[in-house]
Write a protein of this length. Sequence first.
Length: 385
Amino acid sequence: MQCESRKITQFLNPWIFALVFLAACTQNSSVNSNRIVVIQPSQGHCQYTIAPANFQTLESYREMRGKVGRVLYSSNNLDRNFDILKTGFGLKPVDTDFVNSGDALMPANLDTLFAASLYFSVEVGYLLAKSIDPAIDLSVVIPNLSDTRIVHHAKRLSNTNNSQKEIFDNAEYLSIARTGLPTLNYFFSYPTQQIKEIPLGLNLGVMNHEFSHLIFQHLFYEPGIKRNLEVGTDKPTLNTLAALDEGLADYFGFLATKDPGYFLCSFPLENRDLSLPKSFSPQVISRIESSSGEYFDSHEGGAVWASIQYEIGQTLGNHQLVGKSLLKLMSNILECPNTVRGNTLNFNFGDLARCHQSILSTNSQAQSVARQIYLKYLGSYGAGL
Ligand SMILES: [Zn+2]
């Protein structure tokens, strides 16, 4: 445990000095309690800064609670205390402490700085979806959005190779279905152990990757479950869905940061830079078609899908349009003749490209650009496009 906190501290060291310095410059002028200093990206690849941000959905800064959720702390291991996870009760409020600094509130310790930055990243996701498509207000789509638990320093176990290990160096979105009650939404920011660069919970792109999983859950999975849709086996639908979820998430992480390489700020060696073209090669397709269950890495096909969307957006000079069409795709998969027949979903990435093109059909330039780019990277999935 000591080791983790030292590493986080190492990363935050320059900011601690900034905190002390700014706190020393405290002026008791009129403080705006919606203006809070957080860790956020500045211009350039992997450049982060500590600066005030204008919060738009906060109801209580002391409790870090608002329209998009509430930041909490897990002192117990949640998988050993599953009732906490199931009910959402038993997580502790983060003990926040602020000082006034100019017209903003300055976190007085690292936990408060981390908690405010976590809330900020989830708020960015909410506002981003709304700005891309004003018809989508996630607080309406998800009536219990404000009940979302944003867990700082989450303690959970992963099950790998039949052994349980505590999770480090990760972030996660988790939905818990509850009988007779709305689905409970969680974001987890796990402790940092190995990462020497940006901790996952402070990487705005990674947290918005996770936020995209929440959107997909509520625009696709929840309505699909309500309609009793089945996942067919004529095509690799289950693996395609998992990879699509990851690909959409990678793209929304980019939309939040404007940095196609945001993932590398935490994991420099991963092939997740959206600006590097990737294709559905025979090897990638074979893994989607034949891998089963825990052996399938959904991030690989997802990264290809995300790079395709990035290139469409770059070519059109309009990522807003691509983002809006992808939000529409999330719900349209449940209706598109290419992806659903009767009560059964059956599709591969070629069918998803067709469904996406039908959404873009109101804009002939966008449709044609998307078609060219899909043909370039879909491999055998592009046949007959
Ligand atoms: Zn993901």
